[in-house]
Design a protein around this ligand. Structure first.
Ligand SMILES: C[C@H](O)[C@@H](O)CC(=O)C(=O)O
Ligand SMILES: [Mg+2]
Length: 434
């Protein structure tokens, strides 16, 4: 039984100055400061448990998301956790249907990132209190707008069917972990020397799958992709990420030129909203053996539904903080299963690896039951700020063993990196004369 009435919600603006080292840089986000709107939920349950929720943002955007979290807070405050999760679908709908806030969404942008932060905290708290079965899980999904491709009965059927073999898959995860790829070697702002050094270290560490940022300058891309392909050899897997830089024809031409480096996929080749554009790029690149991957900027389950219907992607990238938490991610995992498309989550940023590992390991155990063409992104930044950081072994995620959603940050990190009053920012802002 979920227990306690939510008595307090706090939202902190926590930013890490990653732009100083060009970490996280790509063709569109040249100076990202990895940041989070960090939500804490407290209850009167007197069990010492709190719920922690994050959503991933960049720098200045964080203050806007924190503001949206505070605007949504009245929907959570003074509610019993039991009532929230007892009708989680209803609660999800209430949160996403606030009749004044909905106008600045609906179910997308800042207001949806804020929804994710709050719901991630609810899931963290609930997960610390009790386990879940297939019926409970499907009752958390809002099927509105997707029932034409996935009904509640079908969702339950998929989950029920995969009860068989679940124990073996759990054991497999515990011993081998979930396969990962690294993006940490080849951010766009890194020099060639840095790229080489990081790539050498990653190869030594057993990494076999690499992602490189592309899209700003063709000659640079040819040089950097050649460099990385030479270093990793012909057998290892290479992915490319353009972060929405191109128009549709430009994406096709650019990738035709980079095809010699044998990328498995091109990620976000164009606007994340252009479903038919993605479909056209998919068709054009199929003969070159290059798939299209997207999802880290997909607003919601509706966009994923249409990407799947239009056969616009070959690799689907859920994001634990852009969609409406576990509730909406579950619906996308189940739709992907129905369409036979592998899910390879987005997991850069702050804490995305910590959260999404739960979703993708769950996907293997209970939804897809397959590792074919599947892997989860890993970036080697900022894990030290989490109380339960991810564990990587031989380029695989080992399943988290602590109860909850691995969302809790270390108190001292939140204090130090809180914007603008944390020590780190006070010093940085003073040095910039602000
Ligand atoms: C701005 C972020 O670092 C972005 O480049 C991350 C991304 O696209 C990825 O990890 O994939
Ligand atoms: Mg990306």
């Amino acid at each position: 039984m979920a227990r306690g009435r939510v008595t307090r919600l706090t939202a902190c603006d926590v930013r890490f100055p990653t732009s100083l080292g060009a970490h996280g840089s790509d063709a569109m986000h040249t100076d990202p400061d990895y940041s989070t709107a960090y939500v804490t939920l407290e209850t009167d349950a007197e069990d010492g448990l709190k719920g922690y929720g994050i959503t991933f943002t960049l720098g200045k955007g964080t203050e806007v998301v924190v503001c949206a979290v505070n605007a949504l807070a009245p929907h959570v405050l003074n509610k019993d956790l039991g009532d929230i999760v007892g009708d989680f679908r209803g609660f999800y709908r209430q949160l996403t249907s606030d009749s004044q806030l909905r106008w600045i969404g609906p179910e997308k942008g800042v207001v949806h990132l804020a929804t994710a932060a709050i719901l991630n905290a609810v899931w963290d708290l609930w997960a610390k209190q009790e386990g879940k079965d297939p019926r409970t899980l499907s009752s958390c999904i809002d099927f509105r707008y997707i029932s034409d491709v996935l009904t509640e009965e079908e969702a339950c059927e998929i989950l029920q069917k995969n009860q068989a073999g679940k124990k073996e898959r759990e054991a497999q995860m515990l011993t081998q972990g979930y396969p990962a790829y690294t993006t940490s070697c080849a951010w766009l702002g890194y020099s060639d020397d840095r790229l080489k050094q990081l790539c050498t270290e990653a190869l030594k560490g057993g990494w076999t799958r690499f992602k490189v940022k592309v899209g700003a300058d063709m000659q640079d891309d040819v040089r950097r992709c050649g460099l990385i392909r030479d270093m990793i050899g012909p057998e290892k897997t290479l992915m490319m990420d353009a972060n929405q830089r191109w128009d549709v024809p430009e994406a096709v031409e650019w990738m035709a030129r980079l095809a010699e480096f044998k990328p498995l996929w091109i990620e976000e080749p164009t606007s994340p909203d252009d479903i038919l554009g993605h479909a056209a790029i998919s068709r054009a690149l199929a003969p070159l053996g290059i798939g299209v991957a997207t999802g880290e900027q997909c607003h919601n389950r509706v966009i994923f539904k249409q990407l799947l219907q239009a056969r616009a992607l070959q690799f689907l990238q859920i994001d634990s903080c852009r969609l409406g938490s576990v509730n909406e991610n579950l619906s996308v995992l189940l739709m992907a299963k129905k369409f036979g498309i592998p899910v390879c989550p987005h997991a850069g940023g702050v804490g995305l690896c910590e959260l999404v590992q739960h979703l993708i390991i769950f996907d293997f155990i209970s939804v897809s039951a397959s590792l074919e063409n599947r892997m989860c992104e890993y970036v080697d930044h900022l894990h030290e700020h989490f109380k339960y950081p991810v564990l990587i072994q031989k380029a695989c995620y080992l399943p988290p063993k602590d109860a909850g959603y691995s969302t809790e940050m270390k108190e001292e990190s939140v204090k130090k990196y809180q914007y603008p009053d944390g020590d780190v920012w006070r010093k940085l802002l003073a040095a910039q004369g602000k």
